[in-house]
Write a protein that binds this ligand. Sequence first.
Ligand code: NCD
Length: 325
Amino acid sequence: MDELKALTGRNLLEPGDFSEAEMDALFDLADRIQQAPERYAGAARGRVLAALFFEPSTRTRLSFETAMLRLGGQTVGFSEAQSSSAAKGESIADTVRTVGCYSDITVIRHPKEGSCRVAAMHSDVPVVNAGDGGHHHPTQTLTDLLTIRREKGRIDRLRVGLCGDLKFGRTVHSLIKALSVHEGIEFVLISPEELRAPAYVIRMIEAGGCVCTETRSMSDVIGSLDILYMTRVQKERFFNEEDYIRLKDSYILDGQKMGQAQEGMIVMHPLPRVNEIASEVDADPRAVYFKQARNGMYVRMALIMGLLGIGEPEALDRQMQEARG
Ligand code: NCD
């Protein structure tokens, strides 16, 4: 419980901002919420979450908004830069400072790397990075780690394949950063030459003392994996349409490839998928990407409670009774 209290008023900008114990406490809370959501239905009553999305999103924005609504709080925000004052030339610093006058917590997605850190420097309320360019996406990582914990029963001693756009995929960068500090993780990075993970990401793996192999071939490695994390080629980060078209279908996971995988391997994907997983794979019990999306909502509920310093509902009831005398 003390770990949760320690999150009060903090920002989440990158994985690594929270300790392992703090993340475990969030995952435990997410489990408790999922088991008895009605107990938490009024936990954030009277609080407001602002969702500032300068870049398109379905899951992240809607799961944050639903998370807040399911806790009894309210949400405001915008889902494209054109409908905000950014279109008039306002800086992100001024936008967050203003929005912090109205809300208790601000969630930001922005196409520029580092923008959420700048925002946090100017915000009086907690800031959550919901994706900054090709850099980080820490709440997707919370979603991913919770899914791994639930599906595999542990977050260590795993052989994890990450496949697709490892260059621009921020979910991959964040997940690697978070997993590298766990014991016995072996990374298998599967990508075309042009979409290899950046050097700083490889250095994070080495700094964590983890093993890493790079390959172009999914078929060569799929049989050895505990987890296969598929990603879409990030069209919006390409400078040139021809390169995108050439690379977009580099990997397609289908039923035949799943036949080469272990019985216990799980397939994850942050979604949206484009072509990289054939829809026939959805019916395979090893495909957990829709469960993963659901987990994302529960872990965001836990995160909102943590950052807003909201305790367990019994404690809330007690406080209110004491206040009434
Ligand atoms: C990811 C993102 O925005 O980085 N989506 C998400 O948040 N679930 C992955 C992607 O867009 O490919």
